[in-house]
Design a protein around this ligand. Sequence first.
Ligand code: HEM
Length: 512
Amino acid sequence: MGAISTPNLQLLTALASHCLLRSQHAVHSSRQQLQQLTQPLPAGFPPGPREYDLAWDLARDPLHCLESLRASYGDLVGFKLASRPIVLASSPSYAREVFITQSSTFVKAGTAFFPGSSLAGNGLLVSDGDTWKRQRRLSNPAFRKAAINSYAQAMVKVSNKMVKQKWWRGGVRDVYMDFNELTIEIVASALFGASEVSEDMVEVGAAISSAFQFFTRSATSMFIVPEWFPTIDNLQYKAAVTRLDNVVYRLIAERRSQLASSSAPAHQDLLTRLLRARDEDDSGMDDQTLRDELMTLLVAGQETSAILLSWSMVMLALHPHIQEHLFKEVVEVLGSQEPTHSHVSQLSYMEAFIWETLRLMPPAYIVGRCACHSTHLGEWHLPVGTTVLVSPYLLHRDPTFWPRALEFDPSRWQPGGDAKEHMENDSYWPFGGGPRNCIGMGFAMLEVSLVLVTIVKHFKISLPEGVPAPTPRAMITLRPESQVNLQLTPRQQSRGQQHQVNGRLKEQIGCT
Ligand code: HEM
């Protein structure tokens, strides 16, 4: 047994602290929480490890801990962590119960480890009940296929810019860092139409970056301090959120008045779509609600996509034959054209590749809910306040449901492959499920496809010599442990025609 690595100790501390401190969205009164601290687990609660043993295992290796919990106790494991009752559910039928059949019992409020923040406010990700229902109703149209397709051009433009400014010479790059910047820019331009408001976007971009740096520092620091506590970090974060608020509220006000004046050109961004959204009684979103939804989309849409892009690149580097297959498909479908949303619907191997990456490396590797009243999962009794953790990571790697479960094989998603039927039998949940499934799934799939097309078309991706494949770190999401340094070789350069082709590549991506 090795010593506890710092990040894992940090995870343990973070998990325990999240349990205790993230009370912002908790439905439980402090009396209920106090009761939970002192009460033993009730009869009928699923069996599991003692808190102390579990804390140790979690600290050593969280992903391995999840796997060994299921191996030792089965697909519903019960335990206490930071004195809160928690169950880990990892069967298709339990996942269906939590996400779909009992979706009104298993709610967001009160969930242990739940990452609420003043940045995202009370937006879709954290709200419940009638507030959530109304917001989801009003937001859904902005995420329909036709609306999402209108963001494709901006996605391609931002991807080309990254390649043109940072990648065209090739070499080794930390793609995780580049994708974090890229996905902020993509989601911000979809929200606010960045090209029209470029000065504001500089401010928005800077404020978002500092807010995200804060999240990263919080996730990797020894102690999670509540946001209200006046540490330097918290004060800087608060200042970044205030800066962001100022810009966003101003953009909302300007857009409201533009929409009121019929002469103004119609914007096609999410801000306009959400501003125009009307409920059955013709009411729309007030400024505060709109602000919370915009920030939620930033938070929910940025990191997950950056992580998926990073794991996709790792898979390309590890599987050169799959990379070549993708390249061939991209060239066949696109020729020399710029990618568009209609190309993406013809890229079936690309889609299979992304589904397979999401299977083995789901950014949302664990999804939490809280029982708002006492209930049953299968034969087991869960008291009110039990946090249920459904693990897509465990389900997606379970050999009972997935033949050659640990093999990366996009072709399983193609006609005649075995994967589609597993999607239907509830063993695949990369975007959650039921009424609270990911509203941005279509957006993410389009974004990741377009970015990957841009990259695969121009570069060969490999691991730099002597560098091991990046490993995952299970925090709130399944991030890369550290940098994802990959070797990028301009395609034509790999055929020994570097200078000519670099010229051609620069032309193709509009580099002057
Ligand atoms: C690879 C990228 C993404 C992954 C893996 C992902 C995954 C998920 C998952 C698993 C959930 C359900 C959480 C739960 O049940 O508690 C979720 C919810 C959500 N996601 Fe995503 N997501 C991604 C991208 C996006 C994007 C691009 C956006 C927006 C632009 C977005 C916005 C949201 C929102 C607002 C919710 C809450 C929906 C609700 O509760 O009504 N996500 N996402």
